[in-house]
Design a protein around this ligand. Structure first.
Ligand code: PRP
Ligand code: URA
Length: 204
């Protein structure tokens, strides 16, 4: 259920995102480019339906996406992965879940939720960092309570602890990750990781 992104360009982009000397403007651009690769990878198995199109020469069989797509970022860092989905799937609906980890306990609390209809749609939860897995597990529970049944998650960096927590709580949800790292430090930051994604994205 863990799908590492295996592409030389993804590794190249992750290395630049990890670099502590990468400034916010460049970090945002890199996150966008990596987000495009993640969006492609995590939608590889989307269902299609048969259609007929007429080329300038003759009718032919084709495929169109069968179900509407919904992307849901966990605020705030997840916002950095939304535009790539909009670029590739212009009809995508966007929902928002606001969760913030307490700095002392690393336990996430919810402060915002605004979702489109989720039943019958493919829903992609996006959050660049899967550390303890607490935020993502909470968000998936929320999405399921709003009717989502076909869920997947995309992240930039995952920790084994977070993947284990998520798979225990939501074994039906595949996780797509650009980098699967070593583990967490005592403050529940991913090692080697890339630091605080939200702070680096927004220069805070
Ligand atoms: C970060 C990150 C995830 C969460 C991951 O968000 O974007 O949402 O931590 O940690 P977890 O797997 O241990 O729950 P943060 O709470 O720092 O908020 P931010 O996006 O506003 O920076
Ligand atoms: N959130 C981040 O932004 N980075 C981590 O390493 C862990 C949680």
């Amino acid at each position: 259920m863990l799908h590492p992104l295996r592409h030389p360009l993804a590794s190249h982009l992750v290395a630049s995102l990890r670099d502590r000397d990468t400034p916010p403007a460049e970090f945002r651009a890199l996150a966008h480019r990596l987000g495009l690769l993640l969006a492609m990878e995590c939608t590889r198995d989307l269902a299609t339906r048969e259609t007929t199109v007429t080329t300038p020469l003759e009718p032919t069989a084709g495929q169109r996406l069968a179900r509407p797509l919904v992307v849901v970022p966990i605020l705030r860092a997840g916002l950095g992965l939304v535009q790539p989905f909009i670029d590739l799937f212009p009809d995508v609906s966007v929902g928002y879940v606001g969760l913030e980890r307490d700095h002392a306990t690393a336990v996430a609390h919810s402060y915002y939720c605004r979702l489109p209809p989720l039943a019958g749609r493919t829903v992609v939860l996006v959050d660049p960092m899967l550390a303890t897995g607490g935020s993502a597990a909470q968000a998936l529970t929320l999405l399921k309570s709003h009717g989502a049944t076909a869920l997947r998650m995309a992240c930039v960096v995952s920790a084994p602890e977070g993947v284990a927590t998520l798979h225990a709580a939501h074994p039906d949800v595949p996780v797509y990750t650009a980098a699967h790292d070593r583990g967490l430090n005592e403050r529940k930051y991913i090692l080697p990781g890339l630091g605080d994604f939200g702070d680096r994205l927004y220069g805070t």
